[in-house]
Design a protein around this ligand. Sequence first.
Ligand code: AHG
Ligand code: MN
Ligand code: MN
Ligand code: MN
Length: 330
Amino acid sequence: MSLTRFLLEAQHQGQIDAELRLCITVVAQACKAISIAVGKGALGGVLGDAGTGNIQGEAQKKLDVISNEILMDANAWGGHLAGMASEEMDHAVPVPKHDRDDDAKYLLLFDPLDGSSNIDVNISVGTIFSVLPYQGSGELRDEDFLQPGTAQVAAGYCTYGPSTMLVLTVGHGTHAFTLDREVGSFVLTTPNVTIPEDTREFAVNMSNQRFWEPQMQNYVGDLLKGKTGPREKDFNMRWVASMVADVHRILTRGGIFSYPLDEKCADKGGKLRLMYEANPMALLVEQAGGAASTGRQRMLDVTPANLHQRVPVFLGSRNEVEAAEKYHRD
Ligand code: AHG
Ligand code: MN
Ligand code: MN
Ligand code: MN
């Protein structure tokens, strides 16, 4: 089944409306264009730094900027969106009045290129997106986006790896599509993705261990001793440093992913961004039977304070996330 047919059936079943179907279709189309740009590598002149910085305080890669422009251009008209927000843009960007319906219903948020530190070393990167209802009126404001993750009507990512895959939820399960490059369409390859309840692998950047809170030190110490859950001998660690790649592995074969508070990022509230990294991933993971938390609160219940808010992240196999939370409940 193609993504097009999947979305049409979702609309016929009343899970989405025509505007949301259009929004997801346009995002998927933009991800195909990003996949082509990423795939060109050095031949496309897309590697290396852009020479600019973003509001995160990061040096932007050329592909950060290119991917952001592809998504902005693709979604700038179509009538269904009131506005967009991105890791790479300081503030929300309204869709011009002449390009949108008066009753534009949705807001689109995205991390256009996730895993930027991996671009120049040819390791998988991705795009993460989230769709919220637009309930504002008048001029678009950042505040229109500050809704909890439970308000998301759709969320997904595209992973640019050996194959290009789109993983999507509209609130009725999590479903994986693989890009058929010959035809140019996404084909449903894993309906109803399900995360195993227990963990065989954990994903954390161990180089930050000395900067973690004691709660995290204790949790990982016990995790490594096999004390936090059933442990076969083949317990393993993976850290790709592209959230999309790490989460895709966990959705596919289980595990726990964590980017906890550490002294380096504690003043900012964490490393990963709530609105266009943690929340879309949290919805995908919960819809696949997993759990997602800040360690102290269900991720989807967090009330956002600002557009680029950062949070500590624990997500993946439900039993292991719950085990990690026990160490963080003071
Ligand atoms: P981005 O490239 O969009 O800025 O996100 C990078 C994030 C996330 O993808 C990944 O899990 C994490 O940064 C890796 O952080 P470290 O490099 O500190 O391991
Ligand atoms: Mn990212
Ligand atoms: Mn990014
Ligand atoms: Mn970045």
